[in-house]
Design a protein around this ligand. Structure first.
Ligand code: ADP
Ligand code: MG
Length: 208
């Protein structure tokens, strides 16, 4: 615990920053089983936003474990700490008026709710997107061969096989990736962002 610390306010308010940069920050939080399509959708979404001249930045589960979270494993406590840190980092990006796009299994409902609470307390939108596909489908996709390894007992605490996944009960967006193409999935998210007023439709149309 840190003590004797005081928050130092900046000279530019959140509203002024957004107006100066011409965009609003928020976090788009993908959750779902391994191979459900989180990274695929997040990557395509980030590309579309950037090509529309909108600042977006992806925080991806595997990538973050190469650096910031390289000291964390896959036990329950480390998974919670993994998500706590990502919630904080995503919030920083969003506070900087960027669209943070996270793709983490984030299997525990409470951890995702904590990330949401963190954002809401700061007045920053948090959009939970459930990348959903049945276990049979993701086992079939198995792009990294992880389900095969997990079923052979070579990976312990693997979500969906030997560790729990708590599906969202009220995700802001629910995409069934076995019934929806990647392009359609991205469009569902973009339509939601426009509907909520987080991005301007004309900005997207111009260059997307
Ligand atoms: N509609 C879809 N949306 C997202 N991914 C899909 C879809 N259909 C098939 N896939 C495939 O499913 C796999 C998902 O892998 P990935 O995006 O790495 O998942 P995750 O990041 O959730 O572990 C990829 O091989 C991707 O091509
Ligand atoms: Mg991924």
């Amino acid at each position: 615990m840190s003590t004797n610390i005081t928050w130092h306010e900046g000279a530019v308010s959140k509203e002024e920053r957004q107006s100066l940069l011409g965009q609003k920050g928020l976090t788009i939080w993908f959750t779902g089983l391994s191979a459900s399509g989180k990274s695929t959708l997040a990557t395509a979404l980030e590309q579309t936003l950037l090509h529309s001249g909108i600042s977006a930045y992806r925080l991806d589960g595997d990538n973050i474990r190469f650096g910031l979270n390289k000291n964390l494993g896959f036990g329950p406590d480390d998974r919670t700490e993994n998500i706590r840190r990502i919630g904080e980092v995503a919030k920083l990006f969003a506070d900087a008026a960027t669209i943070a796009v996270t793709s983490f299994i984030s299997p525990y409902r409470q951890d995702r709710d904590s990330a949401r609470a963190l954002h809401e307390a700061a007045g920053i939108p948090f959009v939970e997107v459930f990348a959903d596909a049945p276990l049979e489908v993701v086992e079939q996709r198995d792009p990294k061969g992880l389900y095969k390894k997990a079923k052979a007992g070579e990976i312990k605490e693997f979500t969906g096989i030997s560790a729990p996944y708590e599906a969202p009960e009220k995700a802001d967006i629910h995409i069934k990736t076995h019934e929806t193409s990647v392009e359609e999935g991205v469009k569902i998210v973009l339509d939601y962002l426009v509907e909520k007023g987080y991005v301007q439709a004309d900005k997207l149309k111009k260059t997307a």
